[in-house]
Write a protein that binds this ligand. Structure first.
Ligand code: GDP
Ligand code: IMO
Ligand code: MG
Length: 410
């Protein structure tokens, strides 16, 4: 059976920390969508790892890691990440069906963002959208194409020929046949032994404990997020099934991850954004700068309407509330309980331009590093219990510092 970790906000909730925390319970950890736009941080003692394509189970030496069919894989990036871990070839598999993301995808992504100007999405510039666009257009290379480089080069040359005008328009150089050949040959030499049919591998091991590691998050979902300010994959629970081939009835527990407040990198609506000193306080205290791009994250209060929407879409069984410690020291803490537009109250998540209706809570001094529920300040407990009531889902984990051990398990 498989359990799933899924982000409930706009990403960077702390999914990496929770995957790492519970990875010892699992035999296999799977990434099923997204690509190296993800940046998942794992902190163990004084060591910090930033993982982009590699599943966060990699720090548990007993887990097998799978990059499944729904991921857009940059061979270059995964080779770079593999170099950081010993013996990784024995415990990493990449799906033959996964889409191959190449340098020109990143160039298209960046060129299109420049053309969009002030309407830019604020992508990570990694080429995620263009790679998924090629997948949907059925013109992408897949990882299995690395097993036959001559044919892959022909396909790639046809693709460039077909899109020549577009590349010219965007000012992107098309590589020569020789360059393509050398590049794909190099990827083949490094990856050919770990490219397998991961769907079959997961079916063969379905009686083991499998953990699906979501990337990005619910409000960035291509269908259910704040379109067009979203990523290009289905980030929600059902996307993890498409992206891995795990049959729906083999999905067991769904664990939603949310920060005790909200952040967003990139553009798009953000109802509870605080452009105030409280927003700055959260950014500084929470080190809210992107793991992948180093960009400043926009910060604001917890949005319980968005969180309720997310736990419903994902059918979450339990939730982890992360970074509670970042709110330490604030006199008052707010939670958005509904929206308002034209004097009307709205209780459902929306992409429209709405205003937040807040409930205000008294703050607390110290939750940092606390590992037992009883040791939390009363106001912090009241805050968590109120959110639990609002989202109608059990809050099982409360994280109070980056380290894997600094977690309350209720
Ligand atoms: P992910 O993309 O969901 O895996 O999250 P990121 O790794 O991009 O961002 C989460 C950041 O918060 C990382 O720098 C973590 O080390 C850090 N973090 C996780 N949990 C906590 C916590 O409880 N308290 C604090 N202060 N930092 C945390
Ligand atoms: P993790 O897995 C936060 C955001 C980008 C941008 C939008 C589209 O670490 O939570 P893309 O490059 O995917 O086309 O960008 O999505 N974004 C993320 N924001 N965390 C992420 O991943 C993100 N991956 C993409 O900032 O707004
Ligand atoms: Mg991240």
């Amino acid at each position: 059976m498989a359990d799933l970790i899924v982000g409930l906000q706009w990403g960077d909730e702390g999914k990496g920390k929770i995957v790492d925390l519970i990875a010892h319970n699992y035999d296999i950890v799977v990434r099923s969508q997204g690509g190296h736009n993800a940046g998942h941080t794992v902190v163990i003692g004084d060591k910090k790892y930033a993982l982009h394509l590699m599943p966060s189970g990699v720090l548990n030496p007993n887990a097998v890691n799978v990059i499944a069919n729904g991921v857009v894989v940059s061979p270059q990036k995964i080779i770079e990440e593999m170099e950081k871990f010993d013996d990784i070839e024995k415990r990493l598999f990449i799906s033959n069906k996964a889409t191959m993301l190449l340098e020109h995808h990143a160039q298209i992504d960046q060129a299109r963002e420049r053309l969009r100007g002030k309407n830019a999405i604020g992508t990570t510039g990694r080429g995620i959208g263009p790679a998924y666009a090629d997948k949907i257009s059925r013109t992408a290379l897949r990882m299995e194409d690395l097993l036959d480089v001559d044919t892959a080069v022909k396909k790639l040359a046809d693709y460039f020929e077909m899109n020549k005008g577009y590349f010219e328009y965007l000012g992107i150089n098309i590589p020569s046949l020789d360059e393509m050949h050398k590049e794909l040959q190099f990827y083949q030499s490094k990856l050919q032994n770990i490219i397998i049919d991961t769907t079959k591998y997961l079916w063969d091991n379905i009686d083991k404990n499998i953990l699906l590691e979501g990337a990005q998050a619910t409000l960035l979902d291509i269908d259910h997020g704040t379109y067009p300010y979203v990523t290009s994959s289905n980030t929600i629970a059902s996307g993890a099934l498409t992206g891995s081939g795990i049959p729906p009835k083999k999905l067991d527990k769904v664990i939603g991850i949310a920060k005790a407040y909200t952040t967003r990198v990139g553009n798009g609506p953000f109802v509870t954004e605080e452009l105030s000193k409280e927003g700055d306080y959260i950014r500084q205290k929470g080190h809210e700068f992107g793991t992948t791009t180093g960009r400043e994250r926009r910060c604001g209060w917890f949005d319980a309407v968005a969180a309720k929407y997310a736990v419903t879409l994902n059918s979450c069984d339990e939730v982890a509330i992360m970074k509670l410690d970042v709110l330490d020291g604030l006199e008052k803490v707010k939670v958005c309980v509904a929206y308002e537009k034209d004097n009307e109250r709205i209780d459902y998540f929306t992409n429209q331009d709405v205003k937040p209706i807040y409930q205000t809570f008294d703050g607390w001094e110290h939750s940092e590093g606390v590992t037992r529920w009883e040791d939390l300040p009363k106001n912090a407990k009241d805050y968590i219990l109120a959110i639990e009531e609002m989202i109608q889902t059990k809050i099982k984990y409360i994280s109070t510092a980056p380290d894997r051990n600094k977690t309350i398990i209720r």
